[in-house]
Design a protein around this ligand. Structure first.
Ligand SMILES: [Zn+2]
Ligand SMILES: [Zn+2]
Length: 91
């Protein structure tokens, strides 16, 4: 039985990490072990996993960009709607 630990991320993902090989796996060239894996620790990480963090960062970035672009568009349109003659006059 090899010892594993589990990392629980707040995004509901979890990772298993090998903590230590058992005697059998250590003596096997491929570290194969056909015994039951033994979970020694569960680590509650309290944060999303790296993959989800990267995804969140990318989404936040995209949202920030579209928010900036969107508000820019919105002010342009409200300006045009409030002052239709002004836009025409500015040309
Ligand atoms: Zn083992
Ligand atoms: Zn995740």
């Amino acid at each position: 039985m090899c010892d594993y630990e589990e990392f629980i991320w707040s995004c509901e993902h979890s990772d298993f990490r090998l903590k230590s090989y058992c005697h059998k796996a250590r003596n096997n060239p491929g570290h194969a072990c056909n015994f039951v894996k033994r979970l020694r620790h569960c680590w509650d990480q309290g944060r999303p996993c790296d993959a989800c963090l990267a995804k969140q960062a990318a989404e936040a970035h995209a949202q920030m960009m579209s928010g900036w672009y969107g508000s820019n568009q919105a002010s342009h349109w409200s300006f045009a709607a409030d002052h239709p003659s002004a836009t025409v006059a500015s040309f």
